[in-house]
Design a protein around this ligand. Sequence first.
Ligand code: HEM
Length: 206
Amino acid sequence: MALKAFRTYVSSDKLETFTKSAFDDMAALIEKETKPFDIDAHIRLLVFNLVCRMAFGQCYKMDQPEFIWLKFIVDETMHEVFGGLIPSDVIPTLKHLPIPSSLLAKRLKKNLIRFHEVQLAEHKKTFNSDDVRDVMDHLLLLKKELTNESDDNVKESLSDTRILYIMLDIFFAGTSTTSDTLKWMILYVAAHPKVQEQLHKELDDL
Ligand code: HEM
């Protein structure tokens, strides 16, 4: 169902339109830089804006507290949770013990779930099946279609909890992967001017 929601969204022209305008916004910010600068924040703003807009319709500004908070949560999760060992991943019963890494993972998850709960409540309030705005709306539409299903297992498959976890999956799977790949590409072409030239030519020829 998540895949169906994704496909339906991607097959509309929304993503392409948003991508173009998000790139223009980033280019405008970069043009304002007068000294050498770290491109990390610009790339992450670009990717967050695309992923968050596609997932739940949010768009951010560089200095917006919510964007700074999300960036911090993703960094902390990447470094402390995915980048380290969580003992309960190996021995599940350890999750009941107050081990610092497990407690941190739980706290981060709770904060992000709470954040997505707010988005979900807002989407439910403003949902209009004739104007499906993002992946969260697509999931709500699928959920609506399921209400006539007699099988409780099928209904449960799109519970609010499932929707929230799909959102977390998209958020984590889509942000660091894409921004790190873009940053790597920039570093690579900076180190290999010939490749940069070739890439530029290919883009110009499009
Ligand atoms: C350069 C960018 C990306 C790379 C290298 C990447 C790579 C991957 C890989 C290796 C997997 C695991 C596949 C498997 O388990 O067989 C995965 C899963 C996934 N990716 Fe991506 N991905 C990228 C961008 C994105 C974006 C932009 C989105 C969505 C906005 C996304 C959404 C997902 C989702 C939802 C999953 C499944 C996660 C799960 O099972 O929990 N990915 N990706």
